[in-house]
Design a protein around this ligand. Structure first.
Ligand code: B12
Ligand code: SF4
Length: 544
């Protein structure tokens, strides 16, 4: 009889980490014993090591999707190897897929590149049954005497996504935006696969045929049904593009999903969905189905609001696509958020102007702005290396923007909005979450108090955006000056003072939203739907 392995899977988990949870499900289906451990911050290091020591695994699999966390994971690897020298440590994810040669020089026994379900099962089986590793696809490993690095063949097709086991979930679904929440993916890969800052194209590049694979609506609906029966009401799809390249295929697929969900007895008015879209694939017919399905929020891939910027980033969408999509989403009254990568190697001041103008036209939306960062495997990585713009140290590369004024503006931006003590990032994420939460409340708990909070939130968001814009313009002006240290100090003081006020206001709104959700849930349990928001007595009683 074959031996079965004990496997620990580790990854950062701001929310359930689908990478390790898909791997865990595959291993479990082959009767290996699996333990999932979250490691999201250095603070958890001691605890993580203790849990692993007690479990005493045959193999530890670590997901290093994020380049930004690579050093934190390498610290864990080093400590782990000291306490369990005979345990095989393998790593996988986007970053190791491209940086395997550098990573394997650390205390790592192997790297599994690309998608990992098949390979981790084969590796576990091989290790606990003393088999050779040479036939395990996607595997890179050290030879027995550590004198050679061996790279096995790679898998050149997507797995049949309907055949893969659903991710191993926590027993009790997490809470996000005040509701039971789950993330899922209905596809892998991206039909565009060209954006210069992104590694998804390269991640699937070796595959024959299409650049992406999809699950059938039946299979997606089945997973949603399981989650729904575990009380999940908020579903976030992490697909790089929730939509397919053609309108017809989207309509067929989404309508089918809608019908099956209804057949499963899921009340679509009681669920909310968050998705990510490119701006070039949306139209009114698709929006109609998305709304029926329960979509309340769309992260729109805007990324830059100028034609030259979009071109430099190889986005494959136009400013017109962006404006039309935003207008359409507005007409349907749901929430859009976006990111502006206005700093990039070829950015010019005139492009920055266009992006600032765009921000000014969209003060009612929650958004973030910043620079494209160098991610292993991305076309940008090769570009900055080729053009000699790269500096800094592995794995945290830095680069210089060609235009001196834009480079200066970016550095001032880092000393102000992105200063380590600045509350900008925290607040902008809060604004995104409040904007989605407004839509959630509007869908699940409509009524006059909900409307009141939604309005309050919109006003706060507009003020926040207008305030940031004022300060961004000050930074823009500084690009023409030589002596700017005092001005930076003044901007920071102003940001600090006002962010405290915005934070207080946002927390107040958040508390109001939470209160409505908790009360509505209690009233709905008693079948008193619509009672709370119609009654003046309730208003006085609960200070709504
Ligand atoms: C969900 C998500 C997040 C979530 C994280 C959720 C969580 N885990 O807590 C949030 C929103 C928090 C997030 C944040 C960020 N993200 Co993100 N995120 C994603 C996204 C969209 C989906 C990930 C996912 O669940 N995929 C589904 C699973 C099943 O696929 P997978 O991750 O590829 O896993 C498979 C393989 O990679 C492999 N594998 C993975 N791990 C391991 C481990 C082992 C041992 C093995 C054998 C195999 C293996 O097998 C898995 C199954 O086949 C990806 C894009 C993408 N398509 O994957 C970006 C992505 C991972 N994020 C990215 C980035 C850049 C970020 C941010 C830096 C963005 C920002 N500017 O703030 C931050 C960093 C956060 C941090 N903690 O530092 C980049 C990573 C690039 C890089 N190398 O660093 C990606 C690839 C997006 C992109 N297009 O470039 N992100
Ligand atoms: S950023 Fe999005 S659209 Fe662009 S290549 Fe990556 S996954 Fe595709």
């Amino acid at each position: 009889m074959k031996n079965k392995g004990k496997v620990v899977l580790i990854g950062a988990e701001d929310e359930e980490n689908l990478a390790i949870r898909y791997l865990g499900a595959a291993l479990k289906s082959e009767n290996h014993e699996v333990k999932i451990i979250s490691y999201s911050s250095r603070r958890d290091l001691k605890k993580v090591l203790n849990v692993i020591k007690r479990f005493y695994p045959d193999i530890v699999g670590i997901s290093i999707c994020f380049q930004s966390l690579a050093l934190m994971f390498l610290e864990l690897v080093k400590k782990l190897k000291k306490i369990l020298p005979n345990t095989h440590i393998t790593v996988g994810g986007h970053f190791p897929t491209f940086e395997y040669q550098e990573l394997i020089m650390h205390d790592i026994d192997s790297v599994i590149r690309f998608e990992g379900e098949a390979s981790i099962c084969m590796l576990t089986d091989a290790l606990v049954n003393g088999k050779n590793l040479e036939n395990i696809p996607n595997l890179v490993y050290k030879s027995p005497h550590h004198d050679k690095i061996i790279e096995n063949d790679i898998i050149r097709t997507f797995p049949d996504l309907d055949e893969i086991h659903f991710p191993l979930r926590k027993k009790k679904a997490q809470i996000r935006l005040g509701e039971r929440f789950a993330t899922l993916v209905a596809s892998r890969g991206c039909f565009h696969s060209h954006c210069i800052y992104c590694c998804i194209g390269a991640f699937h590049n070796a595959k024959n045929g299409k650049k992406y694979a999809i699950r059938t609506p039946q299979n997606v609906a089945l997973e949603m049904k399981e989650l729904y029966s575990n009380k999940v009401r908020l579903f976030q799809f992490h697909d790089d593009n929730f939509l397919l390249p053609s309108v017809e295929s989207n309509l067929t697929r989404l309508n089918e999903l809608k019908l099956i969900l209804k057949d499963y007895g899921i009340d679509l008015n009681k669920i909310c969905i968050l998705i990510k879209l490119r701006p070039d694939k949306l139209n009114g017919d698709i929006m109609d189905v998305l709304i029926d399905l329960g979509v309340i929020g769309i992260f729109l891939g805007v990324e830059n609001a100028s034609a030259t910027g979009l071109n430099s980033l190889s986005r494959g969408s136009s400013v017109d696509d962006i404006n039309k999509s935003l207008e359409l989403i507005d007409q349907y009254g749901i929430s859009t958020t976006f990111n502006l990568l206005m700093f990039h190697p070829k950015a010019t001041l005139s492009e920055i102007n266009e992006n600032i103008k765009f921000m000014n036209e969209n003060l009612d939306k929650s958004y973030d702005f910043g620079r494209v960062e160098i991610v292993a495997g991305s076309p940008l990585e090769s570009l900055v290396k080729r053009k000699n713009l790269i500096h800094g140290k592995w794995p945290h590369w830095d680069y210089r923007i060609k235009d001196n004024a834009v480079e200066k503006m970016f550095r001032i931006n880092q000393k102000t909005f992105y200063h380590e003590k600045s509350q900008y990032s925290e607040l902008s994420h809060k604004m995104i979450s409040l904007s989605y939460r407004s839509q959630l409340i509007k869908r699940l708990y409509p009524g006059k108090y909900s409307e009141k909070i939604i309005k309050k939130n919109k006003e706060n968001l507009k003020k926040f955006n207008a305030f940031n814009l004022q300060n961004l313009l000050k930074i823009y002006e500084l690009t023409g000056e030589d002596d700017w240290q005092d001005s930076i100090n003044n901007i920071n003081l102003n940001l600090q003072k006002n962010y405290l006020i915005f934070l207080e206001k946002s927390n107040e709104i958040l508390n109001d939203m939470t209160k409505i959700q908790l009360l509505e849930k209690e009233f709905q349990k008693q079948s008193l739907n619509n009672y709370l928001q119609k009654s003046g007595l309730m208003k006085r009683l609960f200070k709504l």
